[in-house]
Design a protein around this ligand. Structure first.
Ligand code: PGA
Length: 228
C-alpha cells in the first residue's frame, strides 16, 4: 500500500470553517471525507474522494431516511463505513443487517470500511480479542479480501480523551491481519489528534487513521496527512 489513508468521519457535524473552505484547503490526496449525505454533491465539485457514514441493508424501497448503496454510489461515494459503534449502539444494527450492508456495498463497487472494537466492559474483562474475532466472523462467509478495509475503533476510545496505546493497537491490528489477510488495510480510530497521530502513523501495523472530532478542523487534517 502507498501512503496511509486518512478517513475523516464528520458524523452529524459541519467543519468549523464551512464545507467549501474546508475542501478547497485540503492539500492531500490520501484523505477520504465522509460527510453527512446532503453534502455529497457539494463535495463532488472538488477532486477529492468521498464516502458514506453508513448505507442501508436494503436495495431500495419504502425505508424512510435510509441511503441505499446504489444512490450513494451514484452520488460519488467510493467508500462506506459499516458497523460504526455509534450505529451498532444507537440504531441497534444487527450482525445480519451489517452483513447485508456489506453485500450491498460490494454490489455497487463501494469499498466497505468495517469497524471493529470492544467496549470498556469487554476490555476490562479481558475479552478484546474474542470480541474482535467474533465481529470478523460475522462477515466471514462473505469477505472479499480485495475490496475491504478494517478499522479498529475501541468503543471506549471513541469521543473520549484517551486513544488506545500504540502497543495495544499493534496487538489488535496483527490479530485482525492474522485472522483475515495480511494485505487487508487496518485503520485505527478513537480520539486520534495531532498529539498522538505520529506514533500510529509510524507503526508498520497501522495502515491509516479514522478520525472523528479532529477531522472537522482542516488545519489538523492537513498536518496529519502530511505526516503519512
Ligand atoms: P473520534 O471519533 O476521533 O472523535 O474519537 C472517531 C470515530 O468515531 O470514528
Amino acid at each position: 500500500m502507498g501512503k496511509k489513508l486518512i478517513v475523516c468521519n464528520w458524523k452529524m457535524n459541519k467543519p468549523t470553517v464551512g464545507v467549501d473552505s474546508y475542501i478547497s484547503s485540503l492539500k492531500h490526496t490520501n484523505v477520504i471525507v465522509l460527510p453527512p449525505s446532503p453534502y455529497f454533491h457539494q463535495l463532488n465539485n472538488y477532486p477529492i474522494t468521498i464516502g458514506a457514514q453508513c448505507i442501508s441493508a436494503h436495495t431500495s424501497g419504502s425505508y424512510t431516511g435510509e441511503l441505499s448503496a446504489d444512490i450513494a454510489a451514484s452520488a460519488g461515494c467510493q467508500y462506506t463505513l459499516i458497523g460504526h459503534s455509534e450505529r451498532r449502539t444507537h440504531w441497534h444494527e444487527s450482525r445480519h443487517q451489517l452483513s447485508e450492508q456489506y453485500q450491498r456495498a460490494l454490489e455497487h463497487n463501494i469499498t466497505p470500511i468495517i469497524c471493529l472494537g470492544e467496549t470498556e466492559e469487554q476490555r476490562r474483562a479481558g475479552e478484546s480479542e474474542t470480541v474482535i474475532n467474533e465481529q470478523i466472523d460475522s462477515f466471514r462467509p462473505l469477505i472479499n479480501f480485495d475490496q475491504l478495509i478494517f478499522a479498529y475503533e475501541p468503543v471506549w476510545a471513541i469521543g473520549s480523551k484517551q486513544a488506545a496505546s500504540t502497543d495495544a493497537v499493534e496487538h489488535i491490528h496483527s490479530l485482525i491481519k492474522s485472522q483475515t489477510h495480511s494485505n487487508t488495510p487496518v485503520l485505527y480510530g478513537g480520539s486520534v489528534d495531532l498529539t498522538n497521530c505520529t506514533d500510529f502513523l509510524n507503526s508498520q501495523w497501522v495502515d491509516g487513521l479514522l478520525i472523528g472530532r479532529a477531522s472537522l478542523d482542516i488545519n489538523i487534517i492537513n498536518q496529519i496527512a502530511s505526516l503519512c
